[in-house]
Design a protein around this ligand. Structure first.
Ligand code: GLN
Length: 490
C-alpha cells in the first residue's frame, strides 16, 4: 500500500483511499494514534486514548472491508465527545463526578457509527464539564488549547472535538450543541460544524445536560463530510422519546444544487454593534461570495434576540438541575470517601465532585424552579422561548436560510473570561436562539481575523439540513478558507 495520509485529510478523501485499497484501516488508525501521541499532550484535546482498543476495531474493519461488507464509513477514524456512552470506554463528561465511569452500553449514535457503519474510535474528546461552558475551561481535565494559537481557547463546550479535527488527530468528531457547543468551537478552529434540528439525532446514551435543547452533531473539515456523517447518525430511535419519526433522507442529495435564487435572510440583530469589526468584515465578504453564486439578500428581523441569553440560562439551568440530581454517589459516579449520614454522603459527594460552573447552574436551576419563583422565571422563560421560535417562523416566510456570524469575536485567550460568567454567557448570543427554537444550524470557515479563524453561521428552517449542507458546500467549492490549517502541527 502506498498512501501517505495527509495531516488534514477529509473523511471523503480517506473513504476513497480505503475503498481503492490504497490504505488499510489499521494503517489509518496507526497514523492518527501516532499524531495523538505526539500532539495531544500539549493540546489536551483527548481525555482517553486506548491504542489496543482502537487497533482491534481497525482490524475488524479491515476484515469487513476485505469481505466486501463495508459502507462508506467503514474503517474511518473518529473521536467522540466524552459524553456519548460507549461500552467499555471511560465516559467522563469532563467531570470528576464521572472520572472513573465506564459506560456499560452504547449510545444510539455510537451503535450506528461503530456496530453498524464500522468506524474506528481513536479517543474521547475533552469538553466543558457536563457541556456547561463556552471555552472548554470548565473541564476537570483542564482547558483545551486552540491548535491555531495555544494561548487561546478552542471554544466550548465541544472544544476537544474541535481541536482534535483542527489538529489532524482525527478527520471527524462527534459533538453536541445545547446552546452553540458545536458551531462556536467549529468557528474558532476553522471547521464545519453541524447541529441538526432537534429530534433528528437520537439522544439515547448521550449524557443529558438540558434535554429540550441538547442535540448531537458533527465537527468536520467540510460540509460534504458532515453530510456523509449525518446519513449514518440520523434516524428515529424508539429509545429517545423526543426522536422524530421521519422518513430516512440522503443528506448528500442536494450538495451540488446551484444557489441561483437562494434567498438569504440577514437579521438586523446579528449585524448590530456587539460584533468585532474584523469578524463582521469576513462575514460581509462571505455575503458577497454568496451573491456571486446567485443568492439574493433579504432583510429580516429576530426581535427577541436580546432575550435569548437570559431565557436560555434559565431553561438550560432548570433542566440541568433536574438531570444532574441523579449524581448522588449511590449507583455510579464519585462517592465521598467519608460521611456521617446518607444526607451527608449526598452533600459531600456532590460538593466534592462538581466544579464551580456546574454548581452555579444547579443553584440557578433549583432557584428558578422553586415554589414562588417558578412563575416569575421558568414559566416566563418558556413563554419567551415561544416568541423566539415564532421570530424564526416569521423570518423564514421571506428567506430560505439565515446568515450571520457564529460568535462575536474569534477565539479569546485562556483565562480571559472564565472569572466573569455573564461575559461568558453573552458570548453565546448568536447561537442559542437556534437551540431554543429547535432549528438546524451550521458554522463554516469564512475568513481570518489577525490570523484566527472566523466562523459563518447558517440557520435553516426545520429539517432543512440537506439544503443547509448544500449552501455550505457550494461556498466551499468557491473558497478555500476551510482548507487553511494551523501551522507547526505537520
Ligand atoms: N455555552 C452554553 C452553555 O454553557 C452552551 C453549551 C452547549 O451548547 N453545550 O450552556
Amino acid at each position: 500500500m502506498s498512501f501517505s495520509t495527509p495531516a488534514f485529510a477529509t473523511l471523503t478523501e480517506l473513504s476513497q483511499a480505503l475503498a481503492a485499497k490504497k490504505v488499510s484501516s489499521v494503517e489509518l488508525a496507526t497514523h492518527y494514534l501516532d499524531r495523538i501521541e505526539r500532539l495531544n499532550p500539549s493540546l489536551n484535546a483527548l481525555i482517553t486514548v486506548d491504542r489496543a482498543k482502537t487497533l482491534a476495531e481497525a482490524q475488524a474493519a479491515d476484515t469487513r472491508l476485505a469481505a466486501g461488507n463495508a459502507g462508506p464509513l467503514t474503517g474511518l477514524p473518529i473521536a467522540h465527545k466524552d459524553l456519548f456512552c460507549a461500552e467499555g470506554w471511560r465516559t467522563t463528561c469532563g467531570s470528576k463526578m464521572l472520572e472513573n465511569f465506564v459506560a456499560p452500553y452504547d449510545a444510539t449514535v455510537i451503535r450506528k457509527l461503530h456496530a453498524e457503519a464500522g468506524m474506528v474510535c481513536v479517543g474521547r474528546a475533552n469538553m466543558d464539564e457536563f457541556a456547561m461552558g463556552s471555552s472548554n475551561e470548565t473541564s476537570y481535565f483542564g482547558p483545551v488549547k486552540n491548535p491555531w494559537d495555544s494561548s487561546r481557547v478552542a471554544g466550548g463546550s465541544s472544544g476537544g472535538s474541535a481541536a482534535v479535527v483542527a489538529a489532524g488527530l482525527a478527520p471527524v468528531a462527534t459533538a453536541t450543541d445545547t446552546g452553540g457547543s458545536i458551531r462556536q468551537p467549529a468557528g474558532m478552529c476553522n471547521l464545519t460544524g453541524l447541529k441538526p434540528s432537534y429530534g433528528v439525532v437520537s439522544r439515547y446514551g448521550m449524557v443529558a445536560y438540558a434535554s429540550s435543547l441538547d442535540q448531537g452533531g458533527i465537527m468536520a473539515h467540510t460540509a460534504e463530510d458532515c453530510a456523509l456523517m449525518l446519513n449514518a447518525m440520523a434516524g428515529f430511535d424508539e429509545r429517545d422519546s423526543t426522536s422524530l419519526e421521519r422518513a430516512p433522507e440522503d443528506y448528500r442529495r442536494d450538495l451540488e444544487q446551484p444557489l441561483a435564487g437562494l434567498r438569504i435572510g440577514l437579521p438586523k440583530e446579528f449585524f448590530g454593534p456587539g460584533c468585532d469589526p474584523a469578524v463582521m468584515a469576513s462575514v460581509q465578504e462571505a455575503i458577497k461570495q454568496y451573491q456571486a453564486l446567485g443568492a439574493t439578500l433579504v432583510d429580516v428581523s429576530l426581535p427577541h434576540t436580546d432575550l435569548a441569553v437570559p431565557v436560555y440560562y434559565v431553561i438550560a439551568s432548570a433542566e440541568a438541575s433536574s438531570n444532574l440530581s441523579r449524581y448522588d454517589g449511590v449507583r455510579f459516579g464519585y462517592r465521598a470517601p467519608s460521611y456521617d449520614s446518607l444526607d451527608d454522603m449526598y452533600m459531600k459527594s456532590r460538593s466534592q465532585a462538581f466544579g464551580e460552573e456546574v454548581k452555579r447552574r444547579i443553584l440557578i436551576g433549583t432557584y428558578v424552579l422553586s415554589h414562588g419563583y417558578y412563575d416569575a422565571y421558568y414559566l416566563q422563560a418558556q413563554r419567551i422561548r415561544r416568541l423566539i421560535a415564532n421570530d424564526f417562523v416569521a423570518a423564514f416566510k421571506s428567506c430560505d436560510v439565515i446568515l450571520g456570524p457564529t460568535a462575536p469575536t474569534p477565539a479569546f485567550r485562556i483565562g480571559e473570561k472564565i472569572s466573569d460568567p455573564v461575559q461568558m454567557y453573552l458570548f453565546d448570543i448568536y447561537t442559542i436562539s437556534v437551540n431554543l427554537a429547535g432549528l438546524p444550524g451550521l458554522s463554516l470557515p469564512c475568513g481570518q481575523a489577525a490570523g484566527l479563524p472566523v466562523g459563518l453561521q447558517l440557520i435553516g428552517n426545520y429539517f432543512s439540513e440537506a439544503r443547509l449542507l448544500n449552501v455550505a458546500h457550494r461556498f466551499q467549492q468557491a473558497t478555500d478558507w476551510h482548507r487553511q490549517h494551523p501551522t507547526g502541527l505537520e
